[in-house]
Design a protein around this ligand. Structure first.
Ligand code: F6R
Length: 245
């Protein structure tokens, strides 16, 4: 595991964008796994700038989003599909048919999960998965639990996740309670992982995930067993690490 500590959010975002851009330049047909939330917004902004200014193309890239709320229509301004188009996809040359986001309005959600997992397999697996981190140590929406979920599944969001996500909604009762998420097994099968975290609120989860015991009660801790993980943190998120580089 390689841990890089940036001075602040802007530097973390630039380093993260460079990491993704380098991979895409070397592998124009790369399959990327992508998160939403506050953390990757700066990375997406930097990638858009590189697309505009320095020829970074996503024309042959395939993307799989980590998760989507259950029950929000795709055009809903809080859906992750909407977020991805607003903050990234509509500004780059990725092709619509190469974009994959779970359908949280599918009539048969179990079938949608199986279908999503099949699509990842048929694409040859994910080359580079970018992850954010929940304050409670979740990755995707794999919440603290007594087991590591293997594949894409429907998950009930923790109360703390609902509280954290409420900042994007007008009222807390509008935050969906369920989502579809790629499973921990699916994340562990990705060839490379880039984990990003910024801010003091992530410091405890980062130190537990990277330096504590591997346990499903802190899902990100499983990344200690992955052979190719890069972690890019800002100084605040790294502040509780004892062995930060
Ligand atoms: C979102 C996702 C979540 C977030 C995490 C951190 O697609 O998979 O695991 O990465 O909740 O969210 P932010 O970045 O808003 O702190």
């Amino acid at each position: 595991m390689k841990i890089i500590v940036a001075a602040d959010y802007d530097e973390m975002s630039k380093l993260a964008a460079n990491h993704v851009a380098q991979w895409v330049r070397q592998n124009p047909k790369a399959v990327l796994g992508l998160p939403t939330g506050g953390t990757p917004l700066g990375m997406y902004r930097n990638l858009i700038e590189m697309h505009r200014g320095s020829n970074l193309s996503f024309k042959d890239v395939t993307t799989f989003n980590l998760d989507e709320y259950v029950g929000l229509e795709p055009h809903h301004s809080n859906s992750y599909r909407y977020y991805m188009y607003e903050n990234f996809f509509k500004h780059i040359d990725v092709q619509e048919h190469n974009v994959n986001i779970p359908d949280g309005t599918a009539e048969d959600l179990e079938q949608e999960c199986i279908h999503y997992e099949d699509k990842i397999r048929n694409a040859g697996g994910i080359d580079l998965m970018v992850l954010g981190l929940g304050n409670n140590g979740h990755i995707g929406f794999n919440e603290p639990s007594d087991r590591f979920p293997a594949t894409t599944h429907v998950t009930k969001l923790d109360e703390s996740t609902v509280q954290a996500n409420a900042r994007f909604f007008e009222r807390i009762d509008q935050v969906p309670r369920y989502s579809i998420t790629i499973g921990i097994g699916s994340i562990m099968r990705c060839r490379r992982i880039l984990l990003l975290a910024s801010g003091k609120a992530k410091a405890r989860a980062i130190s537990a995930a990277l330096e504590g015991p591997v346990t499903p009660s802190l899902p990100a801790s499983i990344l200690q067993f992955h052979p190719d993980v890069t972690v890019i943190l800002d100084a605040e998120a790294a502040s509780k690490l004892t062995n930060a580089v």
